[in-house]
Design a protein around this ligand. Structure first.
Ligand SMILES: N[C@@H](CCC(=O)N[C@@H](CS)C(=O)NCC(=O)O)C(=O)O
Length: 201
């Protein structure tokens, strides 16, 4: 199995962490977005959207972090992370959608604008990030996990950009339930760090 990966990408972190939780070995192919590796013709042939992560597992080629997580969890021994029962699956799915909409557009972008110097409106991104954190806080103030009262792909999908949002100027102390949930995720067996997350070297 091959993962096309960029160390500073939260979307890639979701996959690295799940592979660790599954105890699955893989080969890592570095796609350095700072060097525009994603536009190399070999990589664009794999993903015309020129984005990481991409997973190549023999006959299966996938180019989206949520899709990759679903495939890996259900193929390699943790189907309960994306359960079969329609109402449960849909509940996890709505948080995965939240992760690619509100979390990515708010919490990921408020950070990207600073660390990758995107030149976007930081005040608008801060407002979007703050709204996403309010939504997470609303759920987590009386639940330990985002969906189904247990750890699922919902948590894995929302975790990295939330926990990295301090790099975008967000102070998670203002969202204490979110902060406590981050610590819960970080104490799970298989948790992996990355620059900006606890445990990074
Ligand atoms: N929906 C995709 C988004 C992937 C994505 O936006 N990847 C970023 C890094 S986090 C990327 O590769 N950007 C490079 C580019 O847009 O050229 C996913 O969840 O995997």
């Amino acid at each position: 199995m091959k993962l096309y990966d960029f160390e500073l990408s939260g979307n890639c972190h979701k996959i690295r962490m799940l592979l660790s939780m599954l105890g699955q070995e893989y080969d890592r192919v570095d796609i350095d977005l700072r060097h525009k590796d994603q536009f190399d013709s070999d990589f664009v042939a794999l993903n015309p959207l020129h984005k990481v992560p991409v997973l190549d597992d023999g006959d299966v080629l996938l180019r989206d972090s949520a899709a990759i997580m679903v495939y890996l969890a259900r193929t390699y021994g943790k189907p309960e992370l994306y359960p079969d029962a329609p109402a449960e699956m849909a509940d996890v799915q709505q948080w995965l959608s939240f992760s690619v909409n509100e979390v990515f557009n708010g919490l990921a972008m408020v950070r990207a604008n600073i660390i990758f110097k995107r030149g976007l409106d930081q005040a608008a991104l801060t407002k979007a990030a703050s709204d996403a954190l309010d939504m997470l806080e609303h759920r987590l103030m009386d639940h330990d996990w985002l969906s189904l009262d247990r750890f699922t792909l919902a948590d894995l999908g929302c975790y990295p950009y939330t926990a990295l949002s301090h790099e975008g100027g967000m102070d998670l102390a203002k969202w204490p339930a979110v902060q406590a949930w981050c610590r819960r995720v970080e104490s799970l067996p298989g948790y992996v760090a990355m620059p900006g997350l606890p445990g990074a070297t």
